[in-house]
Design a protein around this ligand. Sequence first.
Ligand code: COA
Ligand code: MG
Length: 291
Amino acid sequence: MRRRRALLFLPGDSERKIAKAITLEVDAVVLDLEDGVALGQKEMARALVRRALETFDFGPRERIVRLNAVGSGLEDADLAATLPGRPDAYLLPKVSDPAAIAWLDAALTAAEAHYGWPPGCIRILALIETALGVVNLREIARVGGRLEALLFGAEDLIGDIGGVRTAAGHEVLYARSAVVTTAAAFGLAAIDMVFVALDDLEGLARECREAVELGYQGKMAIHPRQVPIIQAAFTPTTAQVDAARRLIDAYREHERHGVGVFVLDGKMVDAPMLAAARRVLIRAGLNPDIN
Ligand code: COA
Ligand code: MG
């Protein structure tokens, strides 16, 4: 599956920010038509996003468009205006049930047939940020097909639940864990929440480490200065890659002799550690089978 470490959001009505984003070392750029764009600017943003998709060089960066939520009354026009630019993926916000994804899936299937694009070429990412979305996670995650990733949105969720956002984040731990666990269960990628304190880069790095520990593969970014920190946090270090390789080598060597559990550097190693080591190599962009 493709790497999505940092996903940089920018308001779809800002040509300056789009131009900036495509100069950054970032895996994915999210051209936003939803919360980042005022109601009076939606029309202009749709036209700009389409033009950017058609004429700007995004290089290897994934081109993602965030639609307004299904049921907002804006989603049809968002989709119609931006489809001709053939984005790599659409991000659906406030996904509360599988019907929202089914609507987008059907519209994309029709568009691909209309334009003669390969069936299924446009992917779907779903933002889980409502109480109902958390409760319905399993039904949402199992839709299959073009759904590739679940993103966790903390700010909207806490607005919906009525809690209070804190630095420690206990108020979102259940949902944050549920999203990454459900994603793993259904073979989807999981992308962690936005960090809104733009000047607190230490806090951002800490929150990235937590996300890696929880099992997330990437995190949303909202400012260029967050991008290098996030990209690095979700890239294993050379030391981690070396340790993973050593563990895999040792495991294979023991396996050849019929031994499934052994001690390496004072720690027990068995099958789950092998799986974890393989994941480190995958996150580093390496093939764990060519070790
Ligand atoms: N993507 C690309 N470029 C961005 C950017 C973003 N998300 N945020 C800021 N920049 C650019 C600015 O345009 C500026 O470039 P310039 O020097 O060429 O003018 C530079 O980075 C520095 O920006 P700065 O002045 O520090 O930020 P700001 O005060 O202009 O903007 C925000 C602050 C929060 C409004 C802005 O970062 C932003 O729009 N973030 C995305 C918000 C969003 O999409 N929210 C919805 C999803 S949660
Ligand atoms: Mg929102």
